[in-house]
Design a protein around this ligand. Structure first.
Ligand code: ADP
Ligand code: MG
Length: 371
């Protein structure tokens, strides 16, 4: 996979110097854009969302401090290195208090520039990771509360609906249709609440069991065929399991959930029917060995620009998606089971999801004891 280049915006009215710095930074793999004044800088900032701005203080149209303020207002995550003329350190220090991450004084060596850029990007990344963590932990508190508040009325609605169904004349088409809509919406909301909870649920190591990966796949497919009663008639599923795959040692419910999320997406991508192949293999390398499950559908596929966002919580391309399915998968498989999940896809052709789960060390040896 191609790694996205880090974006740097160079704000300097000295054309030659900017040109030189640009070439130098590009040589080190950065994507560089340039602005000769404050106004242009702000325009580019909004359009290009750079990771880092190199900001010369001597601009023809605006004071450096103003530009810095605007940069931070537009996107607080943008890192800024101030470039000062000889003797301007005093101002630079003031600007560091105002949010700049570093400063360098002209004339400077390229080496010094590069070091500063790298250091500042590192700080920025760490800061963004912290923010993400904070966001997640506030979700962790909020979701259970939300779930509780939504579930109670949902149960009441379902109960009342059952009474309506029993007591009224569902031969009446409009009535029957309305009841069906309520039912579907209730189900959608329950599903949403459940996904939110799955996403934040803490690890339960105690529930780890030895289980056959084929069995988990089979159970997930079975559940799925109930969820997509009609569609499942138009989707042909082929399961190919290599013989002798050792048992995995996992939280059964969680892995079932992960497989179910993957399969659901495949079904949703094959709305007109299609073919789903599930291959299961035993990979001995690298140690301790892995159970590999590959889900391959020939559905709608995924746009290239979306590939990198798939595992982000709330990323969805569906009208009624939650965008939590794959985020949950990653939590379960990678974070809680030390496994791997990867997606390859081509728009219009289909999608392949590869899951690897570690086999416990002793499982491959006949008579070996699992933890
Ligand atoms: P949701 O299903 O609620 O949208 P997910 O996290 O399960 O959320 O999936 C995120 C997005 O990834 C989907 O909206 C879809 O665009 C894409 N996606 C995932 N799996 C597939 C697949 N098998 N085929 C096509 N697109 C997929
Ligand atoms: Mg999904």
């Amino acid at each position: 996979m191609e790694i996205a280049k880090r974006k740097i915006l160079l704000v300097d009215d000295n054309f030659e110097l900017a040109e030189m710095m640009g070439l130098f930074l590009e040589h080190y793999g950065f994507q560089v854009s340039k602005a000769p004044n404050g106004q242009k800088a702000i325009e580019k900032l909004v359009k290009e969302t750079p990771d880092l701005v190199l900001l010369d203080l001597n601009l023809p149209d605006m004071l450096g401090g103003r530009v810095l303020k605007r940069i931070k207002e537009i996107n607080d995550d943008t890192a800024v290195i101030i470039i000062t003329a000889y003797g301007g350190e005093q101002v630079a220090v003031e600007l560091m208090k105002a949010g700049a991450e570093d400063f360098i004084s002209k004339p400077f060596e390229n080496e010094a520039l590069l070091n500063s850029v790298k250091a500042v990007l590192k700080i920025r990344d760490a800061r963004m990771e912290d923010k993400q963590q904070e966001r997640l932990s506030s979700l962790e508190k909020f979701f259970p509360f939300l779930a509780h508040e939504i579930r109670n009325p949902l149960h009441a609605i379902s109960g009342a609906l059952a009474i309506i169904q029993r007591r009224s004349n569902l031969q009446d088409e409009v009535m029957a249709k309305s009841v069906k809509i309520i039912q579907e919406e209730v189900q959608h909301l329950s599903g949403f609440v459940q996904e939110c909870l799955d996403f934040v649920r803490p690890v339960a190591k105690s529930r780890f069991v030895k289980v056959d990966v084929k069995e988990v796949v089979a159970v997930a497919i079975n559940i799925l065929s109930h969820i997509f009663e009609d569609l499942s008639k138009q989707i042909h599923i082929r399961q190919e399991a290599e013989p002798g795959i050792p048992k995995i040692f996992v939280n059964y419910e969680e892995i079932k959930q992960a497989f179910l999320n993957i399969l659901k997406n495949s079904f949703e991508a094959m709305g007109e029917g299609g073919e789903l192949v599930i291959q299961m293999r035993f990979k001995t390398e690298p140690a301790p060995g892995w159970a590999e499950v590959i889900f391959r559908d020939n559905g709608s596929g995924i746009k290239k620009e979306n590939l990198r966002s798939l595992f982000q919580p709330f990323f969805t391309t569906k009208l009624r998606g939650t965008g939590l399915g794959l985020a949950i998968c990653r939590r379960i498989i990678a974070e809680r089971h030390n496994g791997k999940i990867e997606i390859e896809s081509e728009e219009g052709k289909g999608t392949t999801i590869r899951v690897e789960l570690p086999i416990p060390q002793t499982a491959g040896i006949p008579g070996g004891q699992s933890p």
